[in-house]
Design a protein around this ligand. Structure first.
Ligand code: BGP
Length: 470
């Protein structure tokens, strides 16, 4: 007998900017994601505008913007019960600060959600997934500016009113805790020019605060529009193990972990945690946190915690801390195998995280990203037999099943990239997560044809058996 609840939401997840393409279509404005170059340069200092001699794979991506109907037919065949995508903010408000929304953008998501619902798949929405309108960064300085609270408020009002009869589960900001590791991508603030660590931290914490207020306002307003709306936060929550039993390693790993959980603490408990004051004092941070903001944060706590989980990391005291879209990059763990991008495969860590978060927050969890990126090509028979992906899926579903037995309340599981999409971390196509292969190469060539991989039937069987047949 399956121990997954009957209504468990098995699904898949993407982000608009990594799949849709059509980057200027139907009035869409540029977003941050549209100007990021590929590879390592992506998280370094980049000009905040398009450059003629740079190739941006996500401008076409997998052309989901035009091909979503056929893709959703495949998702239905796979048996998905839900599908998480983001709404590209700059399709709705091209610059971000307009008074009126772009109707063509709104119509697109109407059609997308209607198609999903017609196929029995529940749409789940990330309101902002690394795709803040670029104009808000270049003109207002991104989330460091309180003006964005108002613009986000206007945007969320519009989408709640438009889609609340189609969408129940929402998430306010994708991986908001990456404000520290990927400030431009996650918090729309360009801090690479700021040399002083104190000033850099001030911008990041101010941006985070403004996002907290915006997120809480969205929770409050979303419920006013429809009291059934379930509005969650979303964090990247790979665990950080101490590299040794040296108490320094243990304590520093714990402090680092807190830097991520800080975001959950504020959004789920509705107040700044007590350890925050010391961060403010020691770093001499001067932050604009108003009493009325704290009231909003207290009354707009999130309904559930959505999180991404890919791997664990290992920390040794004094190590330089590097950002990466999967969390922190640490030391190599000798007990674990890794994928080609050095991400260790650690299913037990998923059970660990689910228990840790349940103990800390006692709120429902939603595993909204999990998966393995592999480099893949069609074999001579035109197939992809992705044993590694099936094995990864099996072990993570087993870990999730154990976490449920441990007493964790898990709403669902949405595999990251059920169809190959552009990678957020590298900007390339070659890091593939899909059960469905897309014939598209890093240089933009390829027919865009879709081909089911061997894992397609495997995930189908997992869903059909409600996590029993692994
Ligand atoms: C998360 C992001 C996703 C995503 C995923 C996998 O951090 O929310 O947008 O792409 O990681 O990362 P990558 O694409 O770098 O492999």
């Amino acid at each position: 007998m399956s121990n997954f609840p009957e209504d468990f939401l098995w699904g898949g997840a993407i982000a608009a900017n990594q799949a849709e393409g059509g980057y200027l279509e139907d009035g869409k404005g540029l977003s941050i994601a549209d100007i990021l170059p590929v590879g390592e340069e992506r998280i370094q200092k980049i000009p905040l505008k398009l450059s003629d001699d740079t190739f941006y794979p996500n401008h076409e991506a997998i052309d989901f913007y035009h091909r979503y109907e056929a893709d959703i037919d495949l998702f239905a065949e796979l048996g998905l019960k839900c599908f998480r995508t983001s709404i590209a903010w700059s399709r709705i408000f091209p610059n971000g600060d307009e008074a009126q929304p772009n109707e063509a953008g709104l119509k697109y998501y109407d059609a997308l959600f209607d198609k999903l619902i017609a196929k029995g798949i529940e749409p789940i929405v990330t309101i902002s997934h690394f795709e803040t309108p670029l104009y808000l960064v270049t003109t207002y300085g991104g989330w460091r500016n309180r003006a964005l609270i108002e613009f986000y408020d206007r945007y969320t009002q519009v989408i709640f009113e438009r889609y609340s009869d189609k969408v129940t589960y929402w998430m306010t900001f994708n991986e908001i805790n990456h404000a520290h590791t990927l400030p431009l991508i996650a918090a729309a603030v360009d801090v690479l020019d700021i040399e002083s660590e104190q000033k850099r931290l001030e911008v990041i914490y101010q941006a985070s605060h403004n996002m907290f207020v915006a997120s809480s306002k969205a929770v409050i307003n979303g419920k006013k529009v429809n009291s059934n709306n379930q509005i969650g936060c979303m964090l990247s929550l790979s665990p950080i193990y101490p590299a040794t039993c040296n108490p320094k390693d243990v304590f520093e790993s714990y402090q680092l972990r807190r830097r991520s959980l800080f975001y959950g603490d504020v959004q789920l408990k509705g107040k700044y945690p007590t350890y925050f004051q010391r961060i403010v004092d020691e770093n001499h941070l001067s932050l604009d946190i108003r009493p009325e903001d704290l009231d909003i944060i207290a009354s707009g706590t999130c309904d559930y915690l959505g999180f991404s989980f890919y791997r664990s990391s290992l920390h040794e005291s004094g190590m330089k801390i590097l950002g990466n879209t999967g969390g922190l990059l640490g030391k190599k763990n000798p007990y674990l195998k890794e994928n080609k991008w050095g991400w260790p495969i650690d299913p037990l860590a998923l059970r660990y995280v689910c228990n840790e978060l349940t103990d800390r927050y006692d709120k429902p969890l939603f595993i909204v990203e999990n998966g393995i990126g592999l480099k893949e090509n069609l074999d001579s028979k035109g197939q992809i037999i992705d044993i590694e992906r099936m094995d990864y899926l099996k072990k993570h579903v087993e870990a999730m099943s154990e976490a449920i037995k441990d007493g964790c309340h898990i709403l669902g599981y949405t595999w990251w990239g059920p169809i190959d999409i552009v990678s957020a971390g590298t900007g390339e196509m070659e890091k593939r997560y899909g059960f469905i292969y897309v014939d598209k190469n890093n240089d933009g060539t390829g027919s865009l044809k879709r081909v089911k991989k061997a894992s397609f039937n495997y995930y189908k069987q997992v869903i059909a058996s409600n996590g029993e047949a692994l």
